[in-house]
Ligand binder design. Structure first.
Ligand code: ZN
Length: 194
């Protein structure tokens, strides 16, 4: 698929190397320029160099999860459409704003993913359902240690914060690099995974 003479760029993020490779080949066969990343941190490195037209991301990954990555993408790049792939159903409640579409892992056909990509790119940039960037907190995985690592949506640098009481409401921390106030939610779903 081309757009004004340019190939549309897709960033595909998944920790499963076989899935990354096959999905990359499939998306290329649909005419997209595909880049891949194996976790959220690598995806952020990609985002620093070339901005994709759309991101497809797994939610469960080691290092930086898809929850954290997508919440950062929502704040920093709210114009980029996102498809989340997960083995669990997350398209409701607090997780619903993280992605424009959800696909069940292993239960979708490549054509369905391609159709969803076309649909989301066609409706972009008319994206009224995307939350205001300043209202969307960053999701942070809980690692069982006395601290957690938060990535600043403004400068994309990571820093650690002491672990405090689990709060239902979003808390706030200040990025030591650029002083941006970062609102966050501790992702209790990440307990027991990875
Ligand atoms: Zn910062």
């Amino acid at each position: 698929m081309t757009h004004e003479g340019f190939k549309l760029r897709i960033l595909f993020v998944d920790d499963d190397s076989a899935l990354r490779e096959t999905s990359g080949l499939i998306l290329k066969s649909f005419g997209y320029d595909v880049r891949t990343a194996e976790d959220g941190f690598q995806a952020l490195v990609e985002l620093r160099s070339v901005l994709p037209d759309l991101i497809v991301s797994d939610l469960r990954m080691p290092n930086m999860s898809g929850f954290e990555l997508l919440s950062i993408v929502r704040k920093r790049f709210p114009h980029i459409p996102v498809i989340a792939i997960s083995g669990e159903f997350f398209g409701q409640g607090t997780t619903a704003p993280l992605a424009d579409a959800f696909l069940m892992k292993g239960q979708y056909r490549p054509e369905q993913m391609a159709a969803k990509i076309v649909e989301l790119i066609e409706e972009s940039p008319l994206r009224p359902h995307v939350p205001k960037p300043d209202k969307a907190p960053v999701w942070v995985p809980v690692n069982g240690k006395g601290y957690f690592v938060l990535t600043c949506p403004a400068c994309l640098r990571s820093f650690s914060e002491p672990r405090t009481e689990l709060a239902d409401a979003a808390s706030e921390a200040e990025c030591p690099a650029c002083m941006t106030k970062v609102r966050y939610i501790l992702d209790v779903h990440s307990c027991g995974h990875n």
